[in-house]
Design a protein around this ligand. Structure first.
Ligand code: UDP
Length: 279
């Protein structure tokens, strides 16, 4: 476990995260859990939005999603014994350069990057491989644009034989839609809920409503995952994901994300630096 700018991030691998979700889903659900995948943008949002930060810190699991998170943990580690601002600045520049030139350097603090998309796929794969889970666990997919979750459901059920997705619904994260959504999820008798409204709306939605979802034991905020699964948005090539340049790919194919990318690649590292020098 690490705190990055006041948000708890858990040190889990993709396998461990998926197994935890399934353990909760198989249980009685006395204590329903939220799972989130914070990236630098989410951490920045949490820094100014206390309600959101509290929700994240109460979650059952927060996986490290994003190269920036791995970098921040490494930077904190290598500067924890330094007092000089100058040394901290030198290490800041050095560690940021390693993101491009020697990515393995920043990977020592967390086991690996665990994205929402990878986690969803891993959970579905494990359910389909286990006879009991296939029989007992059902999934509900909430969010994304009209028709996208339905398309993603087809892709998942085709790929993971025996997987049961008992409902999909686009809806909106607005409070006026909540009653209808809760009814749909309760009618579906699902155990696991994937929510794709983007952060912080999806995490706040889960926090407001989890108790009202009778059969749901674990709810995950998973951002644009349905878009990737349905093929309406492409993830970067694997080699780019591996060296931590997924953000660069997104900038090229979705230039409208420029502000979000600026936040993740410039504002976030600056905030982390300031937090270590105490200003
Ligand atoms: N979304 C939605 N309703 C909203 C706002 C967003 O369904 O009111 C969906 C959007 O279609 C997308 C997902 O939320 O599928 C979040 O996308 P984003 O690019 O923010 O996700 P990221 O992968 O960057 O976390």
């Amino acid at each position: 476990m690490q705190k990055i700018l006041k948000v708890r991030i858990d040190n889990v691998s993709l396998d461990e995260a998926a197994e935890k979700v399934l353990k909760w889903a198989r249980g009685w659900g006395w204590r329903k859990k939220m799972v989130t995948t914070p990236n630098p943008e989410i951490i920045l949002e949490a820094l100014k939005n206390q309600k959101f930060r509290r929700a994240l810190n109460k979650a059952g699991l927060n996986t490290p999603d994003g190269t920036g998170i791995l970098w921040a943990a490494k930077y904190k580690r290598i500067t924890e014994k330094n007092r000089s601002k100058f040394i901290k600045l030198v290490k800041w520049i050095f560690s940021l350069l390693t993101v491009f030139f020697y990515p393995p350097y920043i990977r020592s603090e967390f086991k690996e990057r665990v994205t929402g998309a990878d986690l969803v796929m891993e959970i579905c794969k494990r359910i389909s491989e286990n006879e009991d889970d296939r029989e007992n666990l059902k999934i509900f997919m909430l969010g994304a644009r009209e028709g996208v979750a339905e398309k993603a459901k087809k892709v998942l059920e085709e790929k993971y034989k025996g997987l049961r997705i008992s409902g999909t619904w686009a809806g909106t994260p607005l409070p006026r839609d909540e009653k209808q959504i809760i009814r749909k999820i309760n009618d579906s008798e699902a155990d696991i809920l994937f929510v794709a409204y983007g952060a912080p709306a999806q995490e706040l939605w889960i926090t407001r409503n989890l108790k009202k979802l009778k059969t749901i034991k674990v709810a995950l905020g998973i951002g644009g995952t349905f878009d990737y699964i349905a093929g309406v948005r492409k993830r970067s090539p694997l080699w780019m994901q591996k060296i931590g340049l997924e953000w660069f790919y997104r900038l090229i194919i979705q230039p409208s994300r420029i502000k979000r990318i600026y936040n993740a690649t410039i504002k976030f590292p600056l905030k982390v630096f300031r937090s270590t020098v105490g200003s």
